[in-house]
Ligand binder design. Structure first.
Ligand code: MLT
Length: 311
């Protein structure tokens, strides 16, 4: 009897294949390449992806045998969940696999923007010893505004508390009492924008959150604010941010995610005060191993017709 076919459409931890075990035929394809993806998905039982593969209605329609779409990460914004559900295809993800890695990167970007680590590194390697040019700011007693106090936002709060910052957050789904338990004062987005010395975004990308930190919001911040986005591209509007930086209405930014990825050109790249990374939030050995094992287990259960528990 032939084995169910699992298509691995992106680079995943080797632990993924180990966790799938011997009961499947494993195939590989470059999911970011549509011309390769569409024929490759045609007869597979499951597909495993990260963020580069768009498993949209067209791909789901092309996949005549598909039973499971597995996203080795938190977000599902590259999967058309509605189209999958209509086609009777299960969608699974690994919702806690990379939350620590994402939170740690956000804290790293925040520190990098506070202390000009990236431009100072670049200057020194270019032979320039410029101590006063790259003087920065302490975190102690500054206000950090967390936009989205879910799993990742909460980990960021926990870590930043050690720096002696004042933590405030905007999240319509978190009560003031729950925030207080985490040492965070809940407030409206407008209050947070006006008060924060650092703003870090930890929201999923939805029609409501796209462009949330855009032109209008960026007119409400302190000119000394530094903005971090290691969540999803487009929640912070890149063009509006570039204009605000140019006009001195924002002091700096740490940006890991872009509205369109891969992104190799952006107006943000022109600013020394902006540190950028290529969507590295989940890119640690630990997070990738956890994500791979988690989705492999879900695929095994789903293809065996068993219940897939929430992770
Ligand atoms: C996520 O949604 O968890 C990350 O974007 C995963 C990734 O980088 O592949």
């Amino acid at each position: 009897m032939s084995k169910p076919v699992v298509l691995i459409a992106e680079e995943l931890s080797p632990a993924t294949v180990d966790a799938l075990g011997p009961d499947f035929e494993i195939r590989r394809a470059n999911g970011a390449d549509r011309a390769e993806l569409l024929p490759a998905i045609a007869d597979v039982d499951a597909i495993l992806v990260r963020s580069a593969t768009k498993v949209d209605a067209e791909a789901i329609e092309a996949a005549k045998n598909l039973k499971v779409i597995a996203r080795a990460g938190v977000g599902l914004d590259n999967v058309d969940v509605k189209a999958a559900t209509q086609a009777g295809v299960m969608v699974v993800n690994a919702p806690t696999s990379n939350i620590t890695s994402a939170a740690e990167l956000a804290v790293g970007l925040l520190l990098a923007t506070a202390r000009n680590i990236a431009p100072a590194n670049q200057a020194l390697k270019g032979g320039e010893w410029k101590r006063s040019k790259y003087s920065g700011t302490e975190l102690l007693e500054k206000t950090v505004g967390i936009v989205g106090l879910g799993r990742i936002g909460a980990l960021v709060a926990e870590r930043l508390a050690a720096f002696g910052v004042e933590l405030v957050a905007y999240d319509p789904y978190v009560s003031a009492a729950r925030g207080a338990q985490m040492g965070v004062e809940m407030m409206s987005l407008d209050e947070l924008l006006a008060k924060s010395d650092f703003i870090t975004v930890h929201l999923p990308k939805t029609p409501e959150t796209a462009g949330l930190i855009g032109e209008e919001a960026l007119r409400k911040v302190k000119p000394t604010v530094r903005i971090i986005n290691a969540a999803r591209g487009g929640i912070v509007d890149e063009h509006a941010l570039a204009v605000a930086l140019k006009e001195g209405r924002v002091a700096g930014a740490g940006i890991d995610v872009f509205a369109s990825e891969p992104c190799t050109e952006s107006p943000l790249f022109d600013f020394e005060s902006v540190v950028v990374t290529p969507h590295l939030g989940a890119s640690t050995a630990e997070a990738q191993e956890k994500a791979g094992i988690s989705v492999a287990k879900s695929v095994r259960l789903a293809l065996a017709g068993e219940l897939v528990p929430d992770a």
